[in-house]
Design a protein around this ligand. Structure first.
Ligand SMILES: *[C@@H]1O[C@H](CO)[C@@H](O)[C@H](O)[C@H]1NC(C)=O
Ligand SMILES: *[C@@H]1O[C@H](CO)[C@@H](O)[C@H](O)[C@H]1NC(C)=O
Ligand SMILES: *[C@@H]1O[C@H](CO)[C@@H](O)[C@H](O)[C@H]1NC(C)=O
Ligand SMILES: *[C@@H]1O[C@H](CO)[C@@H](O)[C@H](O)[C@H]1NC(C)=O
Ligand SMILES: *[C@@H]1O[C@H](CO)[C@@H](O)[C@H](O)[C@H]1NC(C)=O
Ligand SMILES: *[C@@H]1O[C@H](CO)[C@@H](O)[C@H](O)[C@H]1NC(C)=O
Length: 552
């Protein structure tokens, strides 16, 4: 064997699990995470910047690309990012939650290395540590379709990312002190579109431009902390083409409700008088409507955007009806992680039903949020590491919550790690039941699920007859309206430790989340990658010898 070849082999071996992915292109990024002053609402405040940017840089990738992001933490606190909606097949090591990764200590770096395998669509990343998301650190992440795979609409003239979200003018540390001391976040100070709120009065610089007659893609994600937002564009309707990784039936919408954590791709054609138009993102389900505006300018625009601005719908029944119009386009070809399971999900037998009930608790002035009576706390040792090092019992207990919680779980909450163990490759139904008066938004890492129903009231097995068992959209977040429930179904075929969380930052931070452990009985590389060589270690595994690696 020649020297060069030997070196190659060594390099391959040290790259570990990445060997099999060698043929797919790589995208490399180096990100410096720093504090910096930003003034999105006109008043200077501390923000979290990535390479000096707020919001952070967009990642523009294509299906099966390997994405390598070396994150340098220049904050004074541990920091971690998650890639909301990226499935990390066999690779929860890259998920960037506190249950899978040690946070990056101040002054250190960690290189995420993941493949956007068999996925397309619009996503975003954000910090999972503390209340950091309130200060920024988020940005868009798109996965374009490979050239070989047909996309069910013509190539748009351009492709725009629109990150909308509520915003608070206090720093993340002040907000953290608030919620730690039992105060709720309360109403936001504003709403932002790509880091700006818009002054209105026609004085704003355009956020986007469109050539007359051309069609543009807008990728709209709600990156905010707690408020559902309505998004609309003056005088233009939107053709919905993609939702969280699935091509949808292409209905036209004048306005879209985007709940926290959700992303939609729409097509907008510049077929109106060539002037400026206003896009609006405004809070839903709040007493006072708070909004942001941004200008879209036609090339050759002959006038400022006019008033009045279109209004958002009212009430959540409207939003529920809109949810029911969302359908998966079953005939569109697309990258799909699990085509066999996906097409006929309505015919797979359910092996387990898990009902999850969210609740809020006040205990000695402290505010906590729980699922089935357990308010999750992060152990110092990430759950995944405890499992890999075969010392889970020193860190957490499996299945502390019950699949069918008694009504009393809402009376009190215990504070402990909340880990549910689900058998590899089983088809499971999860009911998310909301007895509270506020809307919820849930997200599951590592998977797409079929969002088969949202209905008012309480779930009973008879409600299954109302499920959409044909063309529910395969996605990764779902909202649950007040005093309502939602049902999702999926096959747990992605081994790893996966976070199921409230996308509402204060609820997640105060315990409304859990982890799902999915272990392959074989501990085989076919099912799950080994711990990466650069994994940061912390807690009890810090000085433990590495267990023997998984084999083929
Ligand atoms: C990140 O920080 C390092 C060290 O301060 C600097 O050398 C590098 O140029 C920075 N990179 C970017 C993209 O800002
Ligand atoms: C994103 O990537 C695609 C595919 O490589 C490319 O065609 C497109 O121009 C890129 N867009 C931007 C904004 O960089
Ligand atoms: C930190 O960055 C260096 C390159 O500057 C890289 O070699 C190293 O692997 C990174 N550390 C981790 C833990 O990823
Ligand atoms: C679904 O996708 C197919 C195939 O690309 C396309 O021809 C069709 O128009 C789409 N259907 C709808 C209802 O959007
Ligand atoms: C599903 O369950 C039904 C009724 O118990 C049974 O007849 C059928 O064989 C099962 N189907 C599969 C694919 O296991
Ligand atoms: C997971 O649950 C199954 C069935 O309840 C059980 O047999 C198995 O031992 C559990 N695994 C762990 C790691 O707790």
């Amino acid at each position: 064997m020649g020297w060069a070849m030997m070196l190659m082999l060594l390099l391959c071996l040290s790259a570990g699990a990445m060997v099999v992915q060698g043929e797919d292109p790589y995208l490399f990024f180096t990100w410096n995470v720093t504090y910096g002053t930003i003034s999105p609402l006109g008043v200077p405040q501390q923000g979290i910047l990535i390479n000096g940017q707020f919001p952070g840089p967009n990642i523009n990738s294509t299906t099966n690309n390997n994405v390598v992001v070396n994150v340098f933490n220049y904050l004074d606190e541990p920091f971690l990012l998650t890639w909301n909606g990226i499935q990390h097949r066999k690779n929860s090591w890259q998920d960037g939650t506190l249950g899978t990764n040690c946070p990056i200590p101040p002054g250190q770096n960690f290189t995420f290395h993941f493949q956007v395998k068999d996925q397309i669509g619009s996503y975003f990343y954000y910090p999972t540590t503390a209340m950091h998301r309130a200060a920024g650190g988020f940005g868009g992440l798109r996965v374009n379709s490979r050239l070989l795979i047909p996309v069910p609409y013509p190539d748009p003239e351009d492709d725009y990312t629109v990150l909308i979200g509520d915003w608070y003018s206090k720093s993340h540390s002040v907000l953290q002190t608030f919620v730690d001391s039992g105060r709720a976040l309360g109403r936001p100070d504003g709403v932002l579109i790509n880091g700006q709120t818009g002054k209105g009065m026609g004085s704003d610089k355009p956020l986007f431009t469109m050539k007359p007659g051309k069609t543009y893609k807008y990728r709209i994600c709600n990156v905010g902390l707690k408020n559902s937002l309505n998004f609309r564009i003056q005088d233009h309707s939107m053709k919905l083409v993609e939702m969280e990784g699935s091509h949808t039936v292409q209905n036209m919408y004048d306005t879209l409700d985007v709940h926290v954590g959700q992303c939609y791709s729409v097509l907008v054609t510049a077929d109106k008088e060539p002037k400026d138009y206003t896009m609006i993102a405004s809070t839903r389900f709040t007493k006072e409507v708070i909004s942001a505006t941004g200008i879209i300018s036609y090339v050759g625009s002959t006038g400022k955007a006019s008033s009045p601005l279109p209004l958002a719908p009212e009430g959540w029944a409207w939003s529920l009806n809109q949810f029911r119009t969302f359908r998966w386009n079953l005939t569109a070809s697309a990258a799909r992680p699990n085509p066999q399971g996906s097409y006929h999900y309505g015919q797979i037998n359910i092996t387990r039903t898990i009902k999850l009930v969210n609740s809020a608790h006040r205990d000695g002035g402290k505010l906590r949020y729980a699922i089935n009576g357990v308010s999750h706390v992060e152990p110092e040792t990430p759950l995944k590491l405890a499992e890999y090092y075969q010392v889970p019992q020193k860190v957490f207990k499996y299945n502390v919550i019950s699949d069918d919680p008694p009504a009393t779980v809402e009376n009190k909450a215990s504070l402990e790690p909340n880990v549910v163990n689900i058998t590899f490759r089983t088809f499971v139904e999860i009911i998310l039941e909301n007895h509270e008066k506020s809307p919820q938004s849930w997200h599951l890492d590592g998977y797409s699920f079929f969002a088969v129903a949202i209905e008012p009231g309480r779930w009973t097995p008879e409600k299954r007859s109302n499920y959409n068992l044909l063309d529910a959209v395969s996605r990764h977040t779902i909202q649950v309206f007040p005093k309502s429930w939602a049902a999702i179904m999926l096959t747990f075929d992605n081994a790893g430790m996966w976070n199921l969380r409230s996308e509402l930052t204060e609820r997640r931070y105060l315990g409304q989340q859990l982890y799902i452990s999915v272990q392959s009985p074989e501990h085989s590389l076919r099912d799950e990658y080994n711990i990466p060589d650069n994994a940061l270690l912390c807690g009890i595994v810090k000085d433990m010898p590495k267990p023997p690696p998984y084999s083929i």
